[in-house]
Every structure is written in C-alpha cells, then in structure tokens.
Design a protein around this ligand. Structure first.
Ligand code: ATR
Length: 273
C-alpha cells in the first residue's frame, strides 16, 4: 500500500528482468513497513541519461545501476564519491537537492560479506581483472591489504588495473597461495554454463578465507573445494546482499540488515546450477 508520500527507488539495467534487487529491497521495505517502492526500470543504453534525469525530476530518491550502465552512470553524476572513482564504476545513484550523486558499493558489499576478515592480516590473491575485480581490489587496498596479487587470463588487463589503482599490487601468472590470507574469484569461471575454476587449494594456510563472487550456483566448485579443506569464506550472494545496504539507507533513511531470513528469500530465487 502506497500513499501520496511514498518514497521511490529502483534498479536500472538492460535487460533488468533477471535482477534480484526488487526482491531484495522489497523484502526490506516490507520488513520495515515503509511507505516505499523499489521497481525494475528497463532502460536502453541510448536513453540512460535522459531517463535518469527524468527519474530525479519525478521525485525518485535514487536508483541502482546494473549492466550495461555502470560506466555511463559516471557521466550523469554531479558528484562521484571517492570509492566509486577508485572502483571505476557507479552502481548506486542518490538524487538529493536537485543533484545526482554516484557511489559504488560493490567493494563495501564484498568486505561486509566477510565479517571475520581483516584485510590488514596478510596478502590477498585476486583472480580476474574485470569490473568486479577493480571494485574489490580497490576496497582491499584501501582497507590496508599489505600485498595484493592479480592473476588474469589476459595479463595486460591485470597490469592496467594494477597501474590504475597503485599501491602494493602486483600481477602474477600463477596464484601465490602460500601465506595468502584471502583468495577471491572475480572471474565467471564456476558460473552455471561456464567451465569450473581449477585451482589446487592445498598451498593455502589453514586460516585462509576463500570468496567467490559467482552466485549461480551458490556453491561453486571453488567454494566446495574450500569447504572440503575446512576453509571459511563467502559466496557471491553475500556480496550481492551487502552491496544493497548503503543505497537503501541513503534513499529510505533506514539501515537494513542482512540476515539468514533475507538470504533464504533471495537464495530461493537462484537456480541450483
Ligand atoms: P565483470 O565486470 O563482471 O568483472 P568482465 O569485465 O567481463 O566482467 O570480467 C570477467 C573476468 O573473468 C575477466 O578477468 C576475464 O578474463 P580476461 O580479462 O582474460 O577476459 C575472466 N574470464 C572470463 N572467462 C574466462 C575463462 N574462460 N578463463 C579465464 N578467465 C576468464
């Protein structure tokens, strides 16, 4: 039930029908009994800027931005938050006082999905060099990770990412697992329909954590191997749920929590394989 004062937000993408964000934000809206709605907004790339300004003019509080708009979203912003500059992408827009503010919450979501992890604790190894890799690498470095190694099929892409971010970041052809505190997969390997990620986890120390950003399936072959070795970590759903928090709080002025109930509701919408 909405009143004339309802707060509006949504997710922009093309296509957008696959997005779990309406389910996720809708669950929080219902939980907090807010006079609010979060809707899917299918917007073609060529209409993005016009549509965003229109939504802001129509009183929306803001939107999430997904493929293919994460880079185009920069151009419509009046202000881009430092962590979005570092991530090279905007996934959350906040419309406030006639201004459009861009944020990137992916790195925050990644770290929040690993509550037991302190990036300062030791070296990290990151597989991949795409958009997700950049947001996570920036968050790790900015949280004090002492050494970050990128491993990517196309090494030039990893080199470019390392140069763009700067700091204690290097590129390697093989993952230096010995002594690593964290291993993260940001490639699409292990995703349903893709080849599995083949990596021997034996050299990882017993305290190492293993994280995967893939969430279809929830337990990738990498995470199954980590579990078999007794290693903790997080799956891609954890990051998906946590990256939604800052936007929800900015638009609706309520800090929502990620808990088992929310996880179950969203996980029920994810195919097993
Ligand atoms: P995203 O923005 O979601 O991170 P992306 O930019 O397409 O997506 O990046 C996908 C990542 O998965 C890249 O690191 C890619 O490696 P390349 O840079 O060499 O393309 C990696 N990837 C995808 N398919 C792969 C495969 N079959 N083997 C190894 N790496 C793969």
């Amino acid at each position: 039930m909405l009143t004339g004062k309802a707060m509006l937000a949504g997710v922009t993408g093309w296509p957008v029908a696959h997005s779990r964000s309406p389910l996720l934000h809708g669950t929080w809206i219902a939980r907090h009994r807010l006079d609010a709605a979060y809707v899917p907004l299918p917007i073609r790339a060529e209409n993005f800027a016009t549509a965003i300004r229109g939504l802001a003019d129509a009183g929306f509080r803001g939107v999430n931005v997904t493929i293919p708009h994460k880079e185009a979203a920069f151009a419509v912003c009046d202000e881009v938050m430092p962590r979005a500059h570092r991530a090279g992408a905007v996934n959350t827009l906040i419309f406030r006082d006639g201004r459009i503010i861009g944020d990137c919450t992916d790195g925050f979501g990644f770290l929040a999905s690993l509550p037991a992890y302190d990036p300062r604790r030791g070296p990290a190894v990151l597989l991949g060099a795409g958009g997700a890799a950049r947001a996570i690498a920036a968050a790790l470095l900015d949280a004090g990770c002492p050494r970050l190694t990128l491993v990517n099929r196309t090494p030039e892409r990893a080199e470019a990412l390392a140069r763009a971010l700067g700091g204690p970041i290097q590129v390697s052809a093989t993952p230096p697992l010995e002594g690593a505190a964290l291993l993260v997969n940001t490639t699409s390997l292990g995703m349903a329909g893709q080849p599995p990620l083949v990596i021997d986890l034996a050299p990882l120390p017993d305290h190492a954590l293993v994280a995967d950003i893939v969430y279809v399936p929830l337990e990738t072959p990498l995470l199954a191997a980590a579990r078999a070795r007794g290693l903790g970590g997080s799956d891609g759903l954890g990051m998906l749920l946590h990256q939604a928090q800052p936007g929800f709080e900015a638009w609706f002025a309520v800090a929502p929590v990620v808990d088992d109930e929310l996880r179950h509701i969203v996980a029920a919408d994810i195919p097993e394989r």
